[in-house]
Design a protein around this ligand. Structure first.
Ligand SMILES: Cc1cc2nc3c(=O)[nH]c(=O)nc-3n(C[C@H](O)[C@H](O)[C@H](O)COP(=O)(O)OP(=O)(O)OC[C@H]3O[C@@H](n4cnc5c(N)ncnc54)[C@H](O)[C@@H]3O)c2cc1C
Length: 465
């Protein structure tokens, strides 16, 4: 059996893992970053990301007090972690830039990883924004003397006298012992683990489309739970509704996103009935559908004005993602349209009179400004829907899971009494405590990864070997 000793071992080479590894190396720690895939830059979500650096829908450079308030209003976040996150967002962007990662500001507060790279739309959408960012961090890690070892899967933490002293990994058929003063779990979330998705999100949620890396199988969460860590907010995920065709056709994931149709349209189930307040936004709605009994049965109904507003040239917007119009129409994306709502119901295979009744009730309520009085309230500023109508069969896409190992403001993993487990840290999508809630509670995956990676990396020196 191989043995390796370091001050800090980082498990998982996504944005959180690379950040933690570089930041720990900057503190003088001898660092080993292990990665289970064979990828030279891991195989995480950042390799697919759009590159928007948002912090709770705001600029990461916003006042920390404002960021803190915003996140805490969801009611499920943990104050110590949110305070540290809010205080670190601004300098995290500067740190990335200082590490050689190119950052651009397209408008005041709209901060991005450099968008000038390549995009291809088929057979699977690809964008190299994250690849270039990780390449810079890897370069810096090597300059600082850190090691990157791919093809090693972290399997089980070593717990000795209540302290984590590294972990056991597997390289091919061989076991490897990685002894370390500090262990940082940065293995992403559990969106690619169907069993965990069923257990934590909803009994049928494994029927959702995975909208992120297939490597995110919840390994870090499992390992942390095994040594007594506390996990929180496991029921929430970040994701979007996608055309249901995404289940069988790679051209429909991870884009186009359908946010606009949720904001301005009506979502019905197979019976033609509304079942969720669309005004809660696309992320919250995707969560509700994933938790329902009929994950693949929902249909978005919208009108011509919304369809027209969703038109864009795939490459003209700054994010370079395909817009729904005309992508869905041109590629047979389970989209139907008709002059009448009864005709649309027929095309969709829904009950004509039920869908007509649902739409009439919905329109009447919105016309009289009484959307919130509907049996299923309709909040936010939606307008009544006018002929001709569109119907799109949808499925929730899980980008990453929001819940995970509860950490404090130093990224230390906490036990069931919310006391630090000595030697154990978590970062990025492996953590819980920052995101989730009734309105989605998305605070930005990239900022979560960089901020908690920095916090973990800065604090490992207290557990050097
Ligand atoms: C399509 C898409 C678009 C996105 N766009 C944005 C955006 O614009 N802005 C934004 O803020 N966020 C965005 N995100 C989310 C963001 O990319 C993620 O939240 C973030 O990259 C998570 O980083 P991470 O390092 O925590 O996890 P991951 O990226 O999931 O990395 C985890 C790594 O750990 C490795 N690993 C897993 N298990 C083990 C193990 N047992 N041993 C060793 N290694 C292991 C994996 O192979 C992987 O390399 C997007 C995500 C997707 C999928």
């Amino acid at each position: 059996m191989d043995r390796l000793t370091s001050d800090a071992v980082v498990v998982g080479a996504g944005l959180a893992g690379f950040t933690a590894a570089v930041r720990a190396s900057e503190q003088g720690a001898k660092v080993v970053l292990i990665e289970k895939s064979g990828g030279e830059l891991g195989d995480g979500n950042v390799l697919m990301a759009s590159g928007s650096l948002r912090a709770g829908g705001k600029s990461p450079k916003a006042n920390p007090a404002e960021l803190y308030e915003f996140v805490m209003t969801e009611g499920v976040a943990y104050p110590d972690l949110v305070r540290a996150w809010a205080a670190t967002c601004g300098r995290a962007v500067d740190w990335l830039a200082g590490s050689g990662v190119k950052i651009v500001e397209s408008a005041p507060g709209r901060i991005w990883l450099d968008q000038s790279g390549e995009v291809s739309l088929a057979p699977v959408y690809k964008k190299d924004v994250g690849t270039r960012a990780l390449a810079k961090l890897k370069e810096r890690l090597f300059k600082l003397g850190g090691r990157y070892m791919n093809g090693i899967e972290g399997q089980r933490l070593l717990l000795e006298n209540g302290r984590v002293s590294g972990l056991m990994g597997r390289k091919g058929g061989e076991e490897i012992e990685l002894r370390s003063g500090s262990t940082i779990l940065a293995t992403g979330g559990f969106s690619a683990n169907k069993e965990m998705v069923r257990q934590y999100i909803g009994p049928h949620a494994d029927r959702c489309k995975l909208r992120g890396s297939k490597q995110d199988t919840g390994d870090g969460l499992r390992m942390a739970l095994e040594v007594g860590a506390k996990a929180v907010n496991l029921q929430y995920f970040y994701g979007h509704l996608l055309s249901r065709r995404a289940l069988t056709d790679d051209r429909f994931w991870p884009y186009p996103r359908l946010d606009l149709f949720v904001d301005d349209g009506m979502l019905v189930d197979r019976n033609g009935e509304r079942f969720v307040d669309e005004g809660r936004g696309d992320v919250a709605v995707a969560n509700e559908v994933a938790r329902s009994d009929d994950v693949t049965g929902a249909v978005l109904i919208f009108d011509q004005a919304t369809w027209d507003a969703a038109r864009d040239d795939a490459f003209s917007n700054s994010v370079k993602t395909p817009a729904p119009n005309p992508w869905l129409m041109d590629n047979d994306g389970e989209l139907f349209h008709h002059q009448t709502i009864a005709g649309l119901a027929q095309e969709l295979g829904l009950d004509r009179s039920r869908l007509t009744r649902t739409l009439e009730q919905y329109n009447r309520a919105l016309e009289s400004g009484a959307g919130t009085d509907l049996p299923i309230p309709r909040t936010s500023k939606a307008k009544p829907l006018r002929a001709p109508f569109y119907g799109l069969k949808v499925v929730p896409g899980i980008t990453f899971t929001m819940g995970g190992v509860l950490v404090n403001g130093r990224a230390q993993a906490l036990d069931l009494n919310e006391k630090p487990i000595p030697g154990l840290y978590a970062a990025g999508d492996t953590i819980g405590g920052l995101m989730g809630g009734y309105r989605g509670g998305y605070t930005g995956g990239l900022m979560q990864a960089v901020v908690t990676g920095i916090l973990a990396g800065e604090n490992v020196s207290q557990f050097k070997r």
